[in-house]
Write a protein that binds this ligand. Structure first.
Ligand SMILES: NC(=O)c1ccc[n+]([C@@H]2O[C@H](COP(=O)([O-])OP(=O)(O)OC[C@H]3O[C@@H](n4cnc5c(N)ncnc54)[C@H](OP(=O)(O)O)[C@@H]3O)[C@@H](O)[C@H]2O)c1
Length: 293
């Protein structure tokens, strides 16, 4: 980024917010806030805060991400994911600041047999996906120069995610059963953060897809967690990882069966990190090991 050195990161205590701070380019002033300082659903507060601090870039990592709870808390999910996103887009528009907003593969139904292009028609299966889709639409209506980055299956050493849940279960149980008929791409939040910084730096606008490379079922992902954690000494006991069907693990929210995103546009950029998801997993587990020492 050549001019303008103040970047507002919302949802800063979340997985991506944390990795964005860790991966921030040198020389930039970060205003990294979470709901305790800036509740993005409060329109007046968002507009006041942004006009007071005058960031040149706003990156919105704040979101209601509890996919199952969203089915019973739809008002809150829409408030954060739709209204909150629109508030930030309006504030960015007022200042002519760059705005980067994060969205999800859950806007798709996952019934397609090829990777989803950014132009494919969304069809969310649940409240979370629908609220995120409305967020995308309200962002673009408020400020059509925004950038929206859809991603999937995000994990980091910081925060709550599938990898940390698997590690906990594998330390407690002799057998772990994991859904094998939902396909996607695990994405290390640190790789995603580097991509988001590139998008901000290049003043990109429009909708983009970014995940790590390759595909996996949740079962494949769990097997990889087991093998990589064993290799790093994070797990020292034998655990059987067994594949099960989605119908054998009912959840309040339906999930896309196959939501692989087509990342070709971003992958064509030389500076975008194209790493297999297993490489990201290894690095995240190494982070966990380092923090434990
Ligand atoms: N995690 C995934 O697998 C995944 C997959 C696809 C897309 N995404 C998208 O990627 C983005 C980042 O996800 P993430 O995994 O980093 O999420 P995360 O770890 O759940 O972090 C979200 C952060 O937003 C905060 N927040 C919630 N309501 C807020 C409000 N009203 N005002 C301000 N902050 C608020 C949360 O605080 P509390 O914890 O206190 O609520 C949390 O710190 C989100 O847009 C998400 O939809 C995530």
């Amino acid at each position: 980024m050549s001019e303008g050195r103040t970047v507002l990161i919302t949802g800063a205590k979340g997985q991506l917010g944390w990795e964005l701070q860790r991966r921030a380019p040198q020389g930039y002033t970060l205003i990294a806030v979470d709901a305790d300082v800036l509740d993005i659903t409060n329109t007046d507060k968002v507009l006041d805060f942004v006009s007071q601090h005058k960031p040149t870039v706003i990156i919105n990592c704040a979101a209601y991400t509890a996919v199952d709870k969203a089915e019973h808390e739809s008002s809150l999910a829409y408030a954060v994911n739709a209204l909150g996103a629109e508030n930030l887009a309006l504030a960015a528009h007022d200042l002519a600041a760059r705005f980067v907003h994060i969205s999800t593969d859950f806007i798709f139904d996952g019934l397609q047999t090829r990777p989803y292009a950014t132009t494919d028609t969304p069809a969310p299966l649940g409240v979370y996906g629908a609220s995120k889709l409305e967020g995308e639409q309200r962002v673009m209506e408020a400020y059509d120069q925004s950038a929206i980055v859809r991603t999937a299956w995000v994990y980091s050493a910081h925060g709550h995610n599938f990898v940390k849940t698997m590690l906990r279960l594998m330390r407690e149980r002799d057998e772990v059963r994991v859904v094998a008929d939902q396909i996607g791409t695990p994405t290390w939040a640190s790789h995603l953060a580097q991509t988001v910084w590139s998008i901000a730096k290049h003043k990109m606008q429009g909708v983009y897809h970014y995940t790590d490379a390759g595909v996996a079922s949740w079962y494949d992902f769990a097997v990889a967690v087991y093998e990589e954690a064993q290799a790093l000494g994070l797990l020292t006991r034998d655990v059987a990882v067994r594949p099960i069907r989605t119908v054998d693990y009912p959840t309040p929210a339906r999930r896309p069966v196959c939501a692989v995103l087509d990342k070709s546009a971003l992958w064509a950029m030389p500076e975008i990190n194209v790493a297999h998801w297993r490489v990201g997993l290894r690095q995240m587990l190494q982070d966990l090991k380092n923090y434990a020492q």
